[in-house]
Design a protein around this ligand. Sequence first.
Ligand SMILES: Nc1ncnc2c1ncn2[C@@H]1O[C@H](COP(=O)(O)OP(=O)(O)OP(=O)(O)O)[C@@H](O)[C@H]1O
Ligand SMILES: [Mg+2]
Length: 187
Amino acid sequence: MSHHGFCIWLTGLPSAGKTTIAKALVPKLKARGWNVELLDGDEVRKGLSADLGFDRKAREVHAARVTYVAKVLARNGVIPIVALISPYASSRAKARAEIGSFVEVHVTTPIEVCEERDVKGLYKKARAGEIHEMTGVDDPYEAPERPDLTIDTIHFTPDQSATSILDHLERTGWIAAAATVPAPTAR
Ligand SMILES: Nc1ncnc2c1ncn2[C@@H]1O[C@H](COP(=O)(O)OP(=O)(O)OP(=O)(O)O)[C@@H](O)[C@H]1O
Ligand SMILES: [Mg+2]
């Protein structure tokens, strides 16, 4: 019988570090023998969600599609790592309810820092009024009230953050503890 996977769901503001941390986490889980699939919001928007904009309804549909894919993967033994702004608490609650095996990780980078990073230049455009419906600027971000884990990207590197997720998964029993090298036996 194949084992069941589970979903790691990274939520946070634009430029918080979701994609960066997810990419650092993938090889660490693969090294433990897991099949892993990164479901990145931007990538999904190039295909499955290419028809969607950024209003509330569209963001809900986007999250619902990602939820469905993550559910199908998880029940087939894969660990889907979702990197999605997912600004609405209700969408994340639905994801947890539908997928079941679910670890919500809040990448808590404050808006000032995200805005300084501004990887895609979208904060700048939003402040200039060139784009609208920008999460954190003129669209809401509902921070998780009880995430399974929070990640601080100011004091920790992406690699340290990925390791802290791995540690959390071990502590909470989602993955087995790393095999420890047995102590050499005395002769
Ligand atoms: N400790 C850190 N953890 C994660 N990212 C960091 C950290 N320090 C600096 N960064 C930088 O912050 C940026 C985060 O961008 P990233 O694309 O990962 O954000 P995101 O949350 O996926 O944003 P979006 O929602 O727009 O896709 C990257 O340029 C990354 O190198
Ligand atoms: Mg991203």
